[in-house]
Design a protein around this ligand. Structure first.
Ligand SMILES: Nc1ncnc2c1ncn2[C@@H]1O[C@H](COP(=O)(O)OP(=O)(O)OP(=O)(O)O)[C@@H](O)[C@H]1O
Ligand SMILES: [Mg+2]
Length: 264
């Protein structure tokens, strides 16, 4: 459903005129309903890859290559078609839920505004639907949460709200950029599991960016390893774990905290 072909990104510094090569001709494909984990160290180009898919790369960017969503050239879309594709087909879940939630609005308002159908829906119906959505991501006290402001809720709770909002729009492709990194370890696993479950139910494809190889392996069908702007290896979690082809992948595997040191 998604094809990235020879994606290149370079950014020119407006002050010095210096050009940095950020992405170096990467290609990958994503099947319908498939989840791909994008892993690699800080600065390797994971977030920039997602930004290119969304068409929101920073000023001074020059992008080469092709990105197709179900046969449509995403980077050629303009105007209304671009707006609709971003609103209906793609959804971004960012690392920090506070970056998407408005601090002065109760989260219920956020969910209702985000619901694509809500515009034509009576308010009471939209509220009921929001409540259902929250329960579907494991929030029992949905009425209280709907009335709460972001600062009154935990990070894990807020990220569930954002996931509920993203899923409700029924996008074809979820772009999750370290969606659990800001959470504590137990909550990370729970929120990743919710994301995984909801995505499968709705048969959405996903790119899941993470520093955490084990977490990505738990929720993804394949893993893609990035280093210095280059995609160095793609494979199933088992292939990456048992037979890493690239030296860097081996380093990444060895750098993982070991839960069972005797296995080393
Ligand atoms: N606005 C910008 N202008 C110029 N260069 C940028 C800009 N934003 C990011 N970069 C550079 O692009 C490269 C890739 O950054 P990116 O944010 O994609 O890394 P990442 O893999 O997501 O890292 P992290 O794991 O820390 O989030 C880095 O070298 C970064 O310094
Ligand atoms: Mg990033």
């Amino acid at each position: 459903m998604l094809t990235i072909d020879n994606l290149e990104l370079s950014i020119t510094d407006p002050d010095t005129g210096r050009v940095s090569e950020i992405l170096r001709g990467n290609s990958l494909t994503l099947a319908a309903g498939e989840a791909l984990g994008l892993v690699g160290e800080s600065g390797s180009g994971k977030s920039m890859t997602l930004q290119c898919v969304l068409g929101i790369e920073p000023p001074g960017s020059s992008v080469g290559g092709r990105i197709e969503l179900e046969g449509r050239d995403l980077r050629a879309l303009r105007g209304e078609e671009l707006r609709r594709t971003r609103a209906e087909d793609l959804a971004l879940i960012a690392q920090n839920p506070h970056s998407v939630l408005n601090p002065v609005l109760p989260v219920g308002k956020y969910l209702m505004e985000g619901m694509s159908e809500a515009r034509s829906m009576p308010k009471a119906r939209a509220r009921l639907r929001s409540s259902e959505l929250l329960r579907s991501v494991g929030i029992e006290e949905s009425e209280r949460v709907l009335r709460s402001y972001p600062h009154q809720l935990s990070g894990g709770m807020l990220q569930r709200v954002v996931i509920a909002g993203a899923i409700s729009a029924q996008p074809k492709l979820l772009l999750a950029d370290e969606p659990t990194t800001a959470l504590d370890v137990t909550t990370q696993a729970e929120v990743a599991a919710i994301l995984d479950e909801k995505r499968r139910e709705a048969e959405m494809s996903m790119i899941f960016v993470s520093h955490d190889l084990d977490l990505a392996a738990a929720v993804c069908d394949r893993l893609a390893v990035m280093r210095y702007g280059e995609l160095v290896e793609i494979g199933t979690p088992e292939e990456i774990r048992d037979a890493p082809q690239h030296e860097y992948t081996r380093e990444l595997m060895n750098a993982r905290p070991k839960l069972h040191p005797e296995e080393a």
